[in-house]
Design a protein around this ligand. Structure first.
Ligand code: MN
Length: 745
């Protein structure tokens, strides 16, 4: 029987000087940032954890205890909730990994902390358990935060430390963890408003997934550092003087963007670092609080725009209309010397706290009890809204929609009565309708924006006033799935489609049963399954559905049962088509030219069948990984492939790290989508640039124009990523071309 008093004694004897000092430092950090600190509790948690993990090592060879200790330090320093969370962070891995039991911890620390540790233990699978699908893991994560938000906050600290120390893991595991961090934890941290943690998680993931790009950006930033600092200083100088003269209490400083956001910008605009405009950014934090502080923000804004010319289209007022994660600030972009753009953020100290720590900043003490304030309640409502989903929904669909809604920028639109609604960027009138009420969504037949009729696929903009026209007889259109962006709209439409399908299937079965009764046939369900298979249906349900929709003639089934034949001798079965030709040509290409172009772990592969995944069509230069398929073929995917998260997270054991060799004479197929204004000669200009100037072979080109908008699809051969980038850059320079995009799929 373990006795805590004995453990604490044993532990105290073993803690060396260095660790004892770190405990003192941790306590000092707690005192600096937390409202109250139970030193004795933290010390006991420290000692129990040290003792429990005394024989464990991390992948790096370090003592395992360094991990929970580092997580506790992050909780105290970056998240700053309360002392219980710090203690829980110290003990977050003991129940799963050591002989200490939950009941022992309960006796020692009481219910509240035990509940946190238990919560941490339950969501550990997200990091370590491959048997559980990612979808299930996400559900567990969300459930845990609905229970107590602190579980999730400590989890972020845990993930942050694991990402900081990811270098000691094998490459395949690095890819898996980094992808999961990039697709799930960073967006979630953003939704929680944990800006600093989100930025660091993104950069750490990028360092794994796009190592070269990450390092090159870092190098360039370092090289231009002095010049940038000098520029910012000359910009801030006069402004600071003026604000001091006016008697404001404030902080002003240049701030650097995270590497990931620069990387995303370079990619989106297809530009080198030197041409990215908004590298320069400063922040002004007003020290006055409350309403006075808010007024100061506006006065400071007015002073800045007296000194520097603002770009009106870049102005954002998140003070009057905060983002849904609680973020408040004024944003403006002004022109500095040499016409360079400088992004300026103005906010009060309180707003700053929330901007950096989000939900955690709302965690307050009230009469000795920890209690959430109003903003926290709002956040919890968001969490509960997420959970309120039609039950039949598949976990994977849920997760896909959920992640779709995490990151996006927001727009603000109005109902006809002037009520404000927040929607994600690219939301449509259908999303708006479902936001109002599920029935409004189901019955919507049209929409007016600012008084004019628009298509239901119209992308709303901030400030739009939206009116939904409904009809009681109308039902949802499955095609809406192609353009809606909110999770609510997606899940409700999908639910409706499934319901429809069930009704149709029942109806199809009735048709069959009537027919069978008339023909005096008695067929068991098992036998029906076998007959359905003869017609290539996965199940009788599928066959019934097609009977109801008129796609399959029930007489064929009767004939099969009577004669054993699936069709009349003379009728040709209709050609069903084998998928797009493009897809086939990709496959064919991959098989013929696939060999010899990759190295695995630095070695050429011999005798391994390599196949390029048609979902993302990697070309040399793309960061890639290999996935060993069930047939033993090595499938190469881009790390940004939409299937990557699933493969890396759920099938880590099949992942094989890969790199490109320097071979140049192989051509790869790539598809581009080109959007612009329709004008005479545009196709000629495109093909000239491609085939003459860049000597690139065009495989196919299709063009569609509508209402003066030009949309072209071009499939061509390129040798590698730099060839493709050059090509995209040249195409973008053609007059009236607005965008050139590489196909994801
Ligand atoms: Mn951990």
């Amino acid at each position: 029987m373990l006795e805590t008093s004995a453990i604490l004694k044993a532990s105290r004897a073993q803690v060396n000087h260095a660790f004892a000092q770190r405990l003192q430092k941790l306590l000092a950090t707690c005192h600096a940032y937390l409202p109250s600190v139970d030193e004795d509790m933290i010390q006991r948690a420290f000692e129990l954890s040290f003792w429990a993990h005394r024989n464990d090592r991390r992948a790096s060879g370090d003592l395992y205890f360094t991990h929970p200790l580092a997580v506790a330090e992050i909780v105290a320093k970056l998240i700053r909730i309360d002392d219980i969370s710090v203690a829980a962070a110290l003990l977050h891995d003991v129940v799963e990994d050591t002989e200490l039991s939950l009941s022992l911890l309960r006796d020692e620390f009481g219910d509240e902390m035990t509940m946190l540790i238990d919560g941490m233990t339950k969501i550990r699978g997200v990091y370590s358990n491959r048997a559980l699908s990612q979808a299930e893991n996400v559900r567990k994560l969300i459930l845990s935060m609905a229970h107590d938000i602190r579980v999730m906050l400590v989890k972020f600290a845990d993930r942050l430390h694991n990402m900081r120390t990811i270098a000691s893991l094998p490459r395949a595991k690095q890819l898996r963890v980094a992808t999961e961090t990039q697709t799930l934890f960073a967006p979630l941290a953003h939704r929680f408003g944990l800006q600093m943690i989100k930025n660091e998680l993104e950069d750490l993931s990028l360092r794994v997934l796009e190592r070269d790009a990450y390092e090159s950006i870092l190098r360039d930033l370092k090289a231009s550092r002095q010049e940038r600092d000098a520029y910012i200083a000359s910009f801030i100088g006069p402004l600071k003087k003026r604000l001091e003269e006016m008697g404001f209490a404030f902080d002003i400083y240049g701030r650097s963007k995270n590497v990931n956001s620069i990387f995303q910008k370079m990619n989106a605009q297809n530009k080198p670092l030197t041409e990215i405009y908004d590298l320069f950014a400063i922040r002004i934090v007003i020290k006055r609080t409350g309403r006075r502080g808010k007024e100061d923000c506006w006065r400071v804004y007015s002073i800045i725009t007296d000194l520097y010319k603002p770009l009106p289209e870049r102005f954002r007022d998140f003070i009057s209309v905060p983002k849904s994660n609680g973020y408040q600030s004024l944003h403006t972009t002004v022109l500095g010397a040499d016409g360079r753009r400088i992004e300026v953020q103005i906010r009060t100290q309180e707003m700053h706290e929330i901007a950096e720590r989000g939900v955690a900043a709302h965690w307050k003490y009230k009469e000795g009890v920890q209690k959430a304030d109003a903003s926290m309640d709002q956040f919890l409502t968001w969490v509960h809204d997420l959970m309120e989903n039609p039950q039949q929904e598949k976990a994977t669909d849920f997760v896909k929609d959920f992640s779709l809604n995490l990151y996006t920028d927001e727009i603000y639109v109005f109902t006809p009565r002037g009520d404000l609604k927040t929607l994600p960027h690219r939301a449509t009138p259908v999303d708006f309708a479902f936001q109002i009420h599920t029935d409004v969504g189901y019955q919507c037949i049209g929409a007016k924006v600012n008084g004019k009729m628009v298509p239901l696929s119209y992308r709303l903009r901030s400030g739009d006033q939206v009116e939904i026209i409904t009809s009681k007889k109308k039902t949802p259109n499955p095609d809406w799935m192609k353009f809606v962006v909110t999770q609510k709209a997606r899940s409700r439409i999908r639910y409706w489609i499934n319901e429809e399908r069930r009704t149709a299937t029942r109806y199809g079965r009735e048709i069959w049963e009537k027919k069978a009764a008339r023909a005096k046939l008695k067929v068991s369900d098992a036998l029906l399954g076998r007959y359905a298979a003869k017609f290539k249906y996965a199940s009788p349900t599928q066959m019934f559905y097609e009977i109801a929709s008129g796609l399959f003639d029930v007489n064929n089934l009767v004939r099969l049962i009577r004669t054993g034949k699936t069709q009349e001798p003379d009728t040709e079965q209709e050609e069903t088509g084998t998928g797009s030709e493009q897809y086939d040509s990709f496959r064919e290409h991959a098989q013929t030219s696939g060999q010899d172009t990759l190295v695995i772990n630095g070695e050429r592969i011999a005798g391994v069948a390599v196949d390029y995944a048609p979902c993302c069509n990697p070309i040399p230069g793309d960061p890639v990984f290999g996935y060993i398929s069930k047939t033993g073929t090595l499938k190469i995917h881009r790390t940004v492939c939409r299937n990557a998260p699933n493969l890396l997270v759920n099938h880590g054991e099949r992942i094989q790290p890969c790199d490109w060799s320097r071979q140049k004479d192989v051509r790869f197929i790539v598809g581009l989508r080109i959007v612009g204004e329709d004008r005479v000669g545009i196709v000629h200009d495109l093909t000239t640039v491609i085939s003459r100037n860049l000597k690139t072979n065009i495989r196919s080109i299709t063009v569609e124009t509508e209402d003066g908008v030009f949309e072209g699809t071009i499939v061509l051969d390129v040798s590698d990523l730099s060839h493709l980038k050059r090509l995209i850059m040249r195409l973008k320079r053609i007059d009236a071309i607005h965008g050139v995009y590489r196909f994801e799929q």
